[in-house]
Design a protein around this ligand. Structure first.
Ligand code: UT7
Length: 328
């Protein structure tokens, strides 16, 4: 019997309308367009305005995806919602999303691996397809980073933005889909990128609010050092393990955290820059959203049979890479 692979059969994305430019940030913190552009590659990012959580962006992304694929929400078996900014601690945003879109036959859960969440979720979701357990698995990656960003901290507020993407996984027996993945984590790096309060260790209190502990905390240089080597190494490792040279790879889909980290991964894998999906200048770092948003934007250019290498690094530390063969 032919091996079952989990193939991406549809992709869609959603970014909020409001554009927060470098110029506008210049009026909020002591920064400038030249510094942000040269140190990160970011020109603007999207911000979700109004009383909405991350699931609202997912509703837009997933409803569009279902329409594209021509299926209804009640056909979905499982929803894996990769996010670091769920609507609330519980219920899971996967359950909130299922209710909003009418996925009445799906079970679901949230997956939190910070910026590596989407590659962790894609790998996890694939297992349910490969085992024959499920036929239709939705992997959603999205974050409303603006909900945990301190817009007085110039080193972090310039990087992050809001956005969400989603893919549908279905069985394929012709060799297309997720072929291999390498996932890693190192909890000793947790101290460098975290949200200190709001969990069971430091529940919300007047003191945690006064200390700005509900905002994202990042030691940028420490994170950069780990990200720049590990994301590049893991992408190269998955290529080596599958005997792929840079000529064999059609697309590199890197997490969009910093253009300098993307460039290091591009150099390490030996790919030419025209094969690398980069939209960091428009959206900044949308955490779980970056990779599916790239797939969405490049969907029209990617061809059936193309070899894609996805790579991410994030808080935890977590990092990983996925090798997949595009199915349509
Ligand atoms: O998504 C996955 C996890 N996150 C990442 O991968 C992010 C990794 N880190 C980074 O991308 C970079 O470290 C940052 C973009 C966050 C910061 O860039 P950097 O080149 O590492 O800057 P730095 O923190 O070393 O700061 C250099 C200087 C400092 O000034 P002094 O001390 O040299 O006078 C900062 O205060 O730049 C200053 N600075 C700024 N200046 C203007 C920091 N932020 C800004 C700013 N505008 N927005």
């Amino acid at each position: 019997m032919q091996k079952i692979h989990a193939a991406i059969t549809a992709v869609n994305g959603y970014v909020p309308e409001y554009i927060l430019t470098n110029k506008e940030l210049e009026g909020m913190v002591d920064t400038n367009d030249e510094w942000i552009t040269s140190r990160t590659g970011i020109k603007e990012r999207r911000i979700l305005k109004g009383h909405f959580g991350t699931s609202e962006m997912a509703v837009h992304a997933v409803n569009g995806l279902l329409k594209k694929r021509g299926i209804s929400a009640d056909e979905i078996d499982l929803i894996i919602f990769c996010t670091t900014t769920p609507d609330m601690a519980f219920p899971a945003s996967a359950n909130i999303l299922a209710d909003k879109i009418g996925a009445i036959n799906a079970w679901g859960y949230d997956l939190n691996a910070a910026c590596s969440g989407f590659v962790f979720g894609l790998t996890t979701g694939s297992q349910f397809i490969e085992s024959g357990k499920h036929q239709k698995v939705l992997v959603v990656g999205g974050d409303k980073m603006s909900s945990i960003i301190n817009y007085k901290d110039r080193s972090s507020c310039i990087i992050f933005g809001d956005g969400c993407g989603a893919v549908l996984l279905e069985p394929n027996t012709e060799g297309y889909g997720v072929i291999d993945s390498i996932l890693r984590s190192d909890g000793s790096g947790g101290q460098y990128l975290k949200q200190n309060a709001g969990g069971s260790l430091n529940p919300a209190s007047h003191e945690t609010i006064d200390n700005d502990d509900h905002y994202l905390y990042q030691e940028g240089q420490a994170v950069f050092k780990f990200a720049v080597t590990n994301m590049a190494d893991v992408a190269a490792e998955v290529m080596e393990r599958n005997n792929l040279s840079s000529e064999d790879v059609d697309w590199l889909v890197p997490h969009q955290a910093n253009k300098r980290i993307i460039d290091a991964t591009t150099n390490r894998t030996g790919l030419s820059s025209d094969k690398v999906m980069v939209n960091i200048e428009k959206y900044g770092n949308t955490t779980n959203g970056t990779i599916p948003l790239c797939l969405w934007e490049w969907e029209g250019k990617v061809k059936k049979g193309d070899n894609l290498i996805l790579a991410a690094f994030g808080g935890g530390f977590t990092w990983g890479s996925v090798y997949l063969k595009w199915a349509y």
